[in-house]
Design a protein around this ligand. Structure first.
Ligand code: FMN
Length: 387
């Protein structure tokens, strides 16, 4: 169980941190919290003591003189959220005049720092210079967001969302064995329009592709996603290009193909599209026949054009999964194929087979995130054996 230490400082966004702690506990993390004396003016120690695995303030230090060392050694990840301009400035200058700042100095891994403040304060040369220096020291600055601030101004300075903060915690915990690799992932369902309001599509939610993208980012890769229609939240901190049709997806993928070292084609693209799209909404009639024509096979085209890329395909079949999978791996010139039974589409659970030229491996996980980790382990293993 990973251990997360959160330093809360005296900014108005301190009220959001109990919610973050609750979510981290729900995701099975151990969480301890340090409050600065100013943070205690915004939120009480009692709140955190109730929902976390330990909450500490200045007074606790008097009873336990080595508390700063103990907490620094305990933490796998140390997040400061919200980080005030004051605390950012003090960290940059090595000032250690409270429990939180002293624990920072006793911690020897990169910190996660999430500043939150009024826009003018955030843009000030003092704060910007301090943040720049902290980045140079390999600390991670979780950029604040644009929005309505507590001072009623609209601008940059809002604390990063809970989802982003948690994503960076996962980033900090994950090994970086995909460092500097360029990864292109397609996901979601394409839409083939019949008229301006109707289309042919499928049940793909995009969750598998988004999970693969998140894990790749956490492991150090530079990730680009090309997504059709999706019905789950987008992964934070990842560049996503949206497309509608299979033809649009093909065009976008080809634009980035030479850039990529690893290409994962997870999108559920439509094999067929209507031979024509009506420019006007089709009126109700007794009988309507749609003529469909074949869409381009993007994966097959990528297989033919393959140079340095490691190419991964997905196959969804209702029967003879392994047989069709093996055949597709060879026919489309893939390095790895993930074969899933039809019930995995749009579902939370995930099972299937990884098929490579070396053999077939079965997997079954309760979340697509776990499957994504497993698939990336396999890809990294195969890449490490490449000459
Ligand atoms: C109502 C109120 C809201 C504040 N909000 C912020 C804030 O959002 N960000 C910030 O950097 N400072 C904010 N401050 C100023 C800090 O509380 C002040 O700089 C303090 O010294 C921070 O101490 P600490 O960094 O040790 O917690 C606020 C002050 C008050 C009175």
């Amino acid at each position: 169980m990973h251990k997360i230490l959160i330093g809360v400082t005296g900014g108005i966004a301190a009220y959001k941190i109990p919610d973050l702690v609750r979510e981290l506990k729900r995701q099975n993390f151990q969480v301890k919290v340090i409050l600065t004396p100013f943070a205690e003016k915004f939120i009480t120690k009692l709140t955190f003591a109730t929902i976390s695995d330990g909450a500490y303030t200045q007074e606790d230090w008097e009873d336990k003189p080595l508390l700063h060392i103990e907490l620094a050694r305990w933490a796998d990840v140390f997040l400061i959220a919200p980080a005030t301009a004051n605390t950012v400035g003090k960290i940059r200058n090595g000032i250690a005049d409270n429990l939180l700042l002293t624990t920072v100095l006793a911690y020897n891994k990169p910190l996660l720092i999430a500043p939150a403040m009024n826009t003018v304060m955030y843009k000030s040369p003092q704060v910007q210079e301090n943040l720049k220096k902290l980045k140079e020291w390999n600390h991670i600055i979780i950029e604040p967001e644009f929005g309505v601030l507590a001072c009623e101004e609209v601008g940059e300075g809002k604390l990063a969302s809970k989802e982003r903060l948690i994503d960076w915690i996962y980033f900090s915990l994950e090994p970086k064995h995909l460092k500097d690799l360029k990864v292109l992932i397609t996901c979601g369902a394409t839409r083939e329009f019949i008229d301006p309001v109707r289309y042919i599509s499928n049940l793909s939610s995009g969750e598998m592709g988004f999970s693969l993208a998140r894990v790749a980012r956490w492991r150090g890769a530079n990730v680009k996603v090309i997504a059709g229609h999706t019905s789950v939240p987008e992964p934070p901190e990842i560049q996503i290009t949206r497309v509608n049709t299979t033809e649009e997806m093909r065009e976008e993928v080809l634009k980035h193909y030479d850039w990529a070292n690893i290409v994962i084609m997870n999108a559920a693209v439509s094999d067929y599209r209507p031979s024509q799209t009506s420019p006007k909404k089709i009126k109700k009639q007794e009988k309507l026949t749609l003529e469909l024509v074949k869409n381009p096979d993007i994966l097959e085209e990528l297989g033919k054009r393959k140079k340095h890329q490691f190419l991964v395909g997905f196959a969804l079949e209702s029967e003879n999964l392994i047989h069709y999978g093996k055949e597709k791996l060879i026919r489309k010139n893939l390095d790895l194929l993930v074969a899933n039974p039809t019930e995995s589409m749009g579902s939370k659970n995930h099972r299937g087979y990884i098929i490579t030229p070396d053999g077939v491996e079965e997997f079954s996980f309760s979340t697509k995130l776990e499957s994504a980790r497993f698939i990336w382990d396999k890809i990294a293993e195969m890449l490490s054996k490449r000459p």
